[in-house]
Design a protein around this ligand. Structure first.
Ligand code: ATP
Ligand code: MG
Length: 567
């Protein structure tokens, strides 16, 4: 596992420039593009955005912000077979939620189809593009291998007139899918496979979600992306490393088309341990029912993280901490979890909640009596004030906080032992009641009335303090305990013949029936809260007034902080 690219000590404004910022500052010094900085985020609307896209969004919008520039949102919608409006809408929502604003610069590559067509005609007229009748299989075969040059297509030397006529007929729908393509005429012997007469247009007789049936020829990524950048006068086109080998082609088109020279700069994709990020695989998880949907809180999608209880700020901080690397590396998912803990620790109010309840009876506490005790809402924000809890003779405590035969390191409740009920009294366990199956149904204790928290005599020390909810003042809730979706650091590392789904963690969701104090809530969807001693949670949109539902965002145990201190 590698460390983030940037040293954590250099976070915030004081960190040193990353390599992209260095390039941009150099360009500004040289007054390139009159010192303008203009980036874009170019998603293909063929799925929901994931945390890797968030990295790209933060980078593109962040750079524009930093250098007083602009960042466009542009949909790279050139493949009608896999794209749709649902994805367009969700992407807009996610970018906005992350806190970025594209102003009036929302673009679609499909809006440029006519321009692309003219560009193609321009190249045909220059003798730099031709219509090829080879099948996709023949084209792939004729392209050769990295060590063996390709073969020239027999259609390569068609006349300009014939190419113009055929290309226009392709547009008019005279040919079927795959019957003809338009190819750039570059170099079949180039050591770069992408330069061996790449396909610019293919025939796809399918309606497009924006242009309907207006087109049946669609440009490839290579003949749309750079051209869109140029049309929008993007100065720095930031993309992930797999496009490094496309760059010569990106530059070739710009040169031959004689259009605005956007500059492509590649950075390493964000990869996270225990996480898959390919949209194709995420789609499989959704379609095959391994998760509840794109926004399942176990998904690495932005909507999944949102429903899990992540804040936009935590994702932006994470993205900044990860930094920008030139070589691929895998980031520990614990760093992402660390970022949300740091954020929520400061601002989530706290509340005692019991998620795996067992009843505890205080035999010497008067029946029918109730008193109020107080606890800070969040010790990190004293100004937030206090929360009041009703305390009475019967309370629920966490099953895990009691052991009949405690091992050496267990300091919580056990027969004959004392603990504090947080913010209330010290109690002592005297008896355990079990049912016919030997399960504990009740723990019977006595309390020491002299030990109420905050009272002058309360400072008697016991080894531990446990949380509780008064039985008469308890409201049932559903609690969804989410864990990592995969139990392998690299989910793609599988046995022969199996795929990433064989590494799904069968324990990634546990549903509990617990209690919160009555009188709390109603909770707004996604409202954040810390359940004392248990972790950070948020109210799930499935909540109702009668039955709130909470998602666990993260436990309190910060494995990243540990790694950091070790290393
Ligand atoms: P996937 O491989 O997950 O399907 P993609 O690259 O096909 O993703 P696009 O919609 O084309 O998805 O991506 C939009 C932008 O987000 C591109 O600039 C792409 O380089 C960037 N991006 C995608 N995945 C990552 C990642 N893991 N880390 C950083 N940037 C990413
Ligand atoms: Mg892509």
């Amino acid at each position: 596992m590698e460390k983030p690219a940037e040293n954590e000590k250099t976070k915030g404004n004081s960190r040193s420039l990353n390599f992209i910022e260095q390039i941009i500052e150099e360009d500004i010094r040289n007054n390139k593009n009159e010192g303008r900085v203009h980036t874009r985020f170019p998603p293909e609307p063929n799925g929901y955005l994931h945390i890797g896209h968030a990295k790209s969004i933060c980078l593109n919008f962040g750079i524009a912000e930093k250098y007083n520039g602009l960042c466009n949102l542009r949909f790279d919608d050139t493949n009608p077979l896999t794209e749709n409006v649902e994805f367009v809408d969700s992407i807009k929502e996610d970018v906005r939620w992350l806190g970025y604003d594209w102003g009036d610069r929302l673009y679609f590559a499909s809006d440029y189809f006519e321009r692309f067509y003219e560009f193609a005609v321009f190249l045909i007229k220059k003798g730099k593009a031709y219509v090829c009748d080879l099948t996709p299989g023949q084209i792939a075969e004729g392209r050769g291998t990295p060590t063996r040059p390709g073969r020239e297509s027999p259609y390569r030397n068609r006349s300009v007139e014939e190419n113009l006529r055929l290309f226009s007929q392709m547009r008019e729908g005279m040919y079927g899918n795959g019957e003809k393509v338009l190819r750039a005429k570059i170099d079949m012997a180039s050591p770069n496979m992408h330069m061996r007469d790449p396909v610019m247009y293919r025939i796809i007789h399918t309606d497009h979600h924006r242009t309907g049936n207006k087109w049946c020829i669609y440009p490839t990524y290579d003949f749309a992306h750079g051209q869109s950048d140029s049309i929008e006068k993007i100065t720095h086109s930031l993309c992930t490393l797999e496009f490094e080998v496309h760059r010569p082609l990106y530059d070739w088109f710009i040169k031959e088309l004689e259009i605005f020279p956007s500059r492509q700069i590649e950075f390493a994709r964000l990869e996270l341990s225990y996480t898959i990020m390919s949209k194709r695989k995420l789609l499989q998880l959704v379609e095959e029912g391994y998760v509840m949907g794109w926004d399942d809180p176990r998904m690495p999608t932005i909507c999944g993280l949102r429903r899990r209880g992540f804040t936009p700020e935590s994702i932006r901080t994470f993205s900044e901490k990860v930094g920008v690397a030139k070589r691929d590396n895998i980031i520990d998912v614990a760093l992402l979890e660390h970022s949300i803990r740091e954020d929520l620790n400061k601002r989530a109010p706290r509340m005692m909640t019991v998620i795996n309840p067992v009843k505890l009876v205080i035999t010497n506490y008067p029946e029918g009596e109730t008193e109020e005790v107080e606890a800070p809402l969040n010790p990190e924000m004293p100004e937030a004030g206090e929360r009041k809890y009703n305390f009475s003779r019967e309370v629920y405590i966490e099953r895990e906080d009691f052991m009949e035969e405690p091992p050496g390191k267990f300091f919580r409740l056990a027969p004959g032992r004392e603990v504090r009920l947080k913010y209330a009294y010290i109690i002592k366990c005297e008896e355990v009641v079990k049912n016919e199956y030997g399960e504990i149904t009740e723990i019977r204790c006595v309390y020491d009335p002299e030990t109420r928290s905050g009272s002058s005599k309360s400072n008697r020390k016991v080894k531990s303090a446990i949380h509780w909810v008064s039985v008469d003042h308890a409201k049932p809730v559903e609690i969804r305990l989410f864990d990592r979706l995969f139990n392998k650091e690299d989910p793609d590392d599988t046995e022969e013949g199996k795929d990433f789904k064989s590494n799904i963690n069968p324990e990634s969701l546990k549903v509990m029936e617990g209690y919160i104090p009555s009188g709390t809530g109603p909770f707004k969807p996604l409202e954040k809260i810390q359940f004392e001693r248990l972790g950070y949670f948020c109210a799930d949109p499935d909540s109702t007034r009668e039955k709130p539902v909470f998602n666990r965002t993260a436990t309190l145990k910060d494995t990243w902080a540990k790694i950091k201190n070790k290393g």
